[in-house]
Design a protein around this ligand. Structure first.
Ligand code: ADP
Ligand code: MG
Length: 267
């Protein structure tokens, strides 16, 4: 028993906390199954490694600022039959990240744009890729403050570092000239260097108005769309489905999605 305590203590001293904690159970299992010393050792180290990986994912999850946790398995593709499930699964396999391509989810509120962006982000985090999630309003607010305090370059790095930058809710608020310019700078800096995932309720034709400057909007879209996958969601709001079922909510402009150009797919 003293030996067991000693071993546990040493594991702890070496910083192998999980191995120390599972020592008892692993010893017992090993003696029950009469496993070799080697396989016991591997089992013990594996427990430590798995716990570390879990903690790493947890830390990266916190650093990513995701608004909620949703996986692809939680997404009901049958509710949104217009979505190309194969394309979404391909995106979740993350090859677009290695190619520095962008993903744009377009469509009216509640159709799952943020959910899908988050689900892809969770896959990336699980694979050790740094991800950062921010709404466009937060992003330009933050960059504006940094600009006014003369530390734009430093702050910009926060948005350049992650392998995937998710910019959510592009289009809910129009941008003033400084905000539009800061967003343009960011898109230029990430162009062909790191992937972005954007969600927007606006069609590309409306970006001129959104950015207050059609020339700037064209320049932004030019870079964003050059290597990109566009997922156009035309269906009904998932948030309102229960209400719709009970007849409380009758879809005004249910076909808002028809304003969105292009078919779902990649270019
Ligand atoms: P938006 O398109 O406005 O970003 P969200 O992605 O935030 O919409 O979706 C709104 C809510 O509905 C979220 O809780 C999301 O998980 C859920 N949701 C949307 N579409 C689906 C779907 N097809 N299957 C399951 N949940 C969905
Ligand atoms: Mg959203």
């Amino acid at each position: 028993m003293i030996e067991l305590e000693q071993a546990r203590h040493r594991l702890e001293e070496l910083g192998l906390g999980q191995a120390a904690q599972s020592l008892d159970a692993k010893l017992e299992a090993a003696s029950r199954s009469q496993s070799t010393y080697l396989s016991f050792l591997n089992e013990l180290l594996d427990a430590e490694i798995q716990e570390r990986q879990r903690r790493n994912v947890e830390v990266r999850m916190k650093l990513s600022h995701l608004p909620y946790r949703r996986t692809l398995n939680e997404f009901d593709f049958s509710f949104q039959p217009g979505i190309d499930e194969r394309l979404i699964r391909e995106l979740a396999a993350l090859t677009f990240v290695g190619r520095q391509e962008n993903v744009l989810f377009l469509g009216p509120p509640g159709v799952g744009k943020t959910h899908l962006a988050v689900a892809i982000a969770m896959e990336a985090i699980g694979q050790g890729l740094p991800v950062y999630f921010v709404s466009l309003a937060q992003l330009v607010g933050d960059l504006r403050k940094a600009y006014e305090e003369n530390r734009l370059d430093k702050r910009m790095r926060v948005y350049l570092r992650p392998r995937i930058l998710i910019v959510d809710e592009v289009g809910y608020l129009p941008l003033d000239p400084l905000a539009a310019n800061l967003f343009f700078q960011l898109v230029c800096a990430r162009y062909e260097k790191g992937s972005m995932i954007l969600t927007s309720n606006k069609s590309f034709g409306e970006w001129g108005e959104l950015m207050g400057d059609p020339v700037l909007a064209t320049a932004v879209l030019d870079r964003l769309l050059h290597h990109s996958h566009i997922v156009n969601i035309r269906g009904n709001s998932y948030r309102l489905r229960e209400k719709r079922k009970t007849g409380i909510y009758s879809t005004p402009g249910a076909q808002v999605g028809q304003n969105y150009p292009g078919a779902s797919g990649s270019n």
